[in-house]
Ligand binder design. Structure first.
Ligand code: IMP
Length: 195
């Protein structure tokens, strides 16, 4: 019988990815499925700290495995900004199409070969008294205009290495196979299978 794993997220897209990759490995549940309230976590400047803070927020209410995830987009020409602050880039209330436009504007004079970028995801797992972290990276570059309608966030401007389309053009089937989050969840799956 697989162990129950509470994934501390209210994001349905992230939850679907966890459920898919961990199918048969862990019984993934989200806070709202256990009638636990969403938690406001004050995010800092490190993915691992943020991921752990998200998981710790449920420690008093759930007796079992808990994990949190934090991710962001790193742009080399911007000294890896926005990074862990990706959700707040341009202000928390700014829409993603607008955030994408702002980022493209910051890169308007940057040539193709200097537009390298990556998505990074870190998962923190609380396993009893131990904390384990798992990381996944998707390398690529930032395009010159938004393209595509699938996915979310910065997907319309991110072109993964080895492809000529953006994440938003490639669609979820391909994206979920190559994504930073899928890689981090895959490492978590290996750990859960071996414990
Ligand atoms: P978090 O939900 O606090 O981890 O924030 C993640 C930030 O990175 C948000 O701004 C997301 O839009 C962005 N992000 C993370 N993963 C992806 C992705 O797969 N596609 C597009 N944007 C992403």
């Amino acid at each position: 019988m697989p162990s129950k794993l509470l994934v501390a997220t209210g994001n349905e897209g992230k939850l679907r990815e966890f459920k898919k990759v961990l199918c048969g490995v862990a019984d993934v549940v989200a806070p709202h499925e256990l009638s636990l309230p969403p938690k406001e976590v004050k995010e800092g400047t490190s993915y691992a700290e943020n991921a752990l803070a998200k998981a710790r927020a449920y420690r008093d209410q759930f007796d079992g495995l808990i994990c949190g995830e934090d991710s962001g987009l790193e742009v080399d020409a911007l000294d890896t900004r926005p990074g862990p602050l990706s959700a707040r880039y341009g202000g928390e209330k700014t829409s993603y199409p607008e955030k994408c436009r702002m980022l493209l504007k910051e890169l308007k004079d940057v040539p193709l070969y200097e537009r390298t970028s990556r998505f990074r995801a870190t998962i923190a797992l609380i396993d009893g008294d131990e904390v384990k972290t798992f990381e996944g990276v998707l390398e690529g570059w930032i395009g010159f205009e938004p393209r595509g309608t699938e996915g979310f966030g910065y997907d319309p401007i991110f072109i993964p290495k080895g492809f000529s389309q953006t994440n938003a053009e490639l669609g979820l089937v391909i994206k979920n196979r190559i994504s930073h989050r899928a890689k981090a969840i895959g490492k978590l799956a290996e750990y859960l299978k071996s414990r």
